[in-house]
Design a protein around this ligand. Structure first.
Ligand code: ITT
Length: 212
């Protein structure tokens, strides 16, 4: 059984829509290391979640990167949603930015099942001891066994708009892609174009080939 590691029910709905019922949520709050990219955060989470669960795990780390704010909130999107709120992000973008209200939503999926496979090269420079320690890679090496992690990424471009729609979760009401906000799409429509849908597509293809 594949465990989709997240505390966010909205992510699980979309993953199930794509991968089917063979996916179970693992409500596990892994340590979010500090990093500018989603890759090291997801890789660390996958190693920690696999050690916790002892079963194949897929970690999903996502973020909203607003052009005019130099990519902010990016990896801090969850913290910003919990503190400022989605409405405040939209109002700030409307007040401060003109053409630069364009944004990207990124998703990184990290898979780990303890097996050796053609893992993504670790998304940190192993000569950087601090960064390597943060991802757990250094600890694995000290134990004589690096846990391989495979990463799958997806991205979608859009722009920040006044909230519209009742569907989805998180920043969906203020993220418009091709004339509709993500909150105006159902899970299937969102998956067809979204950051998560694109990452899930890559994962599903690889996972299928690997089980064949
Ligand atoms: P987990 O870490 O437990 O998976 P989370 O909600 O904290 O749950 P992230 O750190 O990946 O997950 O999410 C970053 C923020 O972006 C958070 O506020 C989410 O609600 C939001 N978010 C993630 N994916 C989203 C999506 O597809 N649409 C809208 N908002 C999304």
């Amino acid at each position: 059984m594949l465990r989709y590691v997240t505390t966010n029910d909205g992510k699980v709905r979309e993953a199930r829509e794509y991968l089917g019922d063979g996916v179970e949520q693992l409500d596990f709050d892994y340590t979010e290391v500090q990093a500018d990219d989603l890759g090291p955060i997801a890789a660390h989470g996958a190693r920690e979640a696999y050690r916790h669960a002892g079963e194949p795990v897929l970690v999903d780390d996502a973020g909203l990167f607003i052009d005019g704010f130099d990519g902010f909130p990016g990896p801090y999107s969850a913290f910003v949603e919990d503190t400022l709120g989605v409405g405040a992000v939209q109002r700030l973008a409307a007040r401060e930015l003109d053409d630069e209200r364009r944004a990207a939503f990124d998703c990184t999926l990290a898979y780990c099942d303890g097996d050796e496979f053609d893992a993504t090269p670790d998304p940190v420079d192993r000569d950087d001891r601090v960064a390597a320690a943060a991802t757990g890679a250094e600890r694995d090496e000290q134990e004589g066994r690096a846990l391989p992690v495979k990463l799958f990424t997806g991205t979608v471009r859009g722009r920040i708009v006044e909230p519209r729609g009742d569907g989805g979760f998180g920043y969906d009401p203020i993220f418009e892609h091709d004339g509709r906000t993500f909150a105006e799409m159902n899970a299937e429509e969102k998956n067809a174009v979204s950051h998560r849908g694109r990452a899930l597509e890559k994962f599903a293809e690889w996972f299928q080939e690997r089980s064949d």
